[in-house]
Design a protein around this ligand. Sequence first.
Ligand code: UT7
Length: 331
Amino acid sequence: MTSIRAAITGVGGYVPEYILTNQELETMVDTTDEWITSRTGIKERRILKGENQGVSVLGIAAVKDMLAKTKIDPKEIDCVIFATVTADMTFPATANIVASAVGATNAFSFDMGAACSGFLYGLSAGASYIQSGMCKKVVVIGGDKMSAIMDYTDRTTCIIFGDGAGCVLLEPTTEDVGIVDAILKSDGAGETYLHMKAGGSRMPASRETVDKRQHFVYQEGSAVFKFAVTNMAEVSAQLATRNNLTADNINWLVPHQANKRIIDATAHRVGITEDKVMMNIERYGNTTAGTIPLLLWDYEKQLKKGDNLLLAAFGGGFTWGAVYVKWAYNS
Ligand code: UT7
């Protein structure tokens, strides 16, 4: 029997227009362009402004971009997965809102909450639906409106995050391309170092939670940094080894964009030179679940059928993982 894999057959993306530069951040918190650039590699990030603008706005624009390029009929989409930690509302799922807005009226849809690794979790789940034969077309979106949960008085955290979303279309293939292998991990002990304390069922919103600024991201940056450097590099090396991937046959490392120093450490561990590392952190910062699909969106024209891509992420939870993708088309 010919084995079926899920192939990425289309990419879409969207970043909002407003650019929050390091220079503007200098006017908001006690920081400098020099500190942010040297410690993170970020120069600017995008911010979704305006009333009643949730992350669905980003997701809908990303999927519409993908639909315009692939020209598929949205009614053929079987499933929409939206990886995000900044859903429009606690419920319904933002994926439901996006699916309806883009005309994917025959799809079932749900959100995936795995923070910065959410897109990789979603990709893996979507690929399993395809491989099992349950779905023929799955859309996986990764995106966040981090500005909605950012404390712009906390200089250690607000400087790294931004807003944006990207998506991919998955379809079955019998060719030697597609999602080949994945390693996904999580460790709930990470809660201590990276979380948003209030607004969930453990600590519902109250006047007190607002006064204590508990509806914002809390991050112990240097602790998270140490876990990220070790685990993202390790899982990438593990996946590379078991698939006989080396510096010579990996065409692209596609790393979560949290901090250029974490990206450099992962590339170094796998032995990949900077010219093979996808990077757009300087323009978008850390868009949480959005970083990896936004990289694919930015680099799509440079990708060739058969290219070996190693996707890697680390984030809140903790969650981390790596996915091996053989690119399925020439643009
Ligand atoms: O997305 C997935 C999960 N998140 C991550 O992977 C993020 C991982 N962490 C990081 O990227 C880094 O830890 C940060 C960029 C968040 C912070 O960089 P750092 O090099 O770890 O800085 P730090 O928190 O250890 O602080 C070093 C110094 C401190 O000053 P003292 O105590 O040494 O005098 C901070 O107060 O830098 C100071 N500092 C700043 N100075 C100017 C912290 N933030 C700033 C700032 N501007 N924005």
